[in-house]
Design a binder for this molecule. Sequence first.
Ligand SMILES: [Zn+2]
Length: 82
Amino acid sequence: MNDWRLQGQEKYLKGVTLQKKTYKQFRDGWDHDHCEFCGAKFTENTPGTLHEGYTTQNNYHWICDPCFTDFNELFEWKVIFV
Ligand SMILES: [Zn+2]
């Protein structure tokens, strides 16, 4: 697969377990994150940004819906629905 969004994420995202969640700020002063693939912005409240997506269990990496759909098969993610 040749896609501009793929930049070696398999090193830390291949086969990991993801949860679909509402975005929560990681800690004080860290008020947004970006999709690991396309760079789409996640925030809690800012209009025009994403407010939910798929995240690793430590809430550190975020993946938007379209990128999840596009790369789910390639990365063999396990998804927990809560
Ligand atoms: Zn994305």
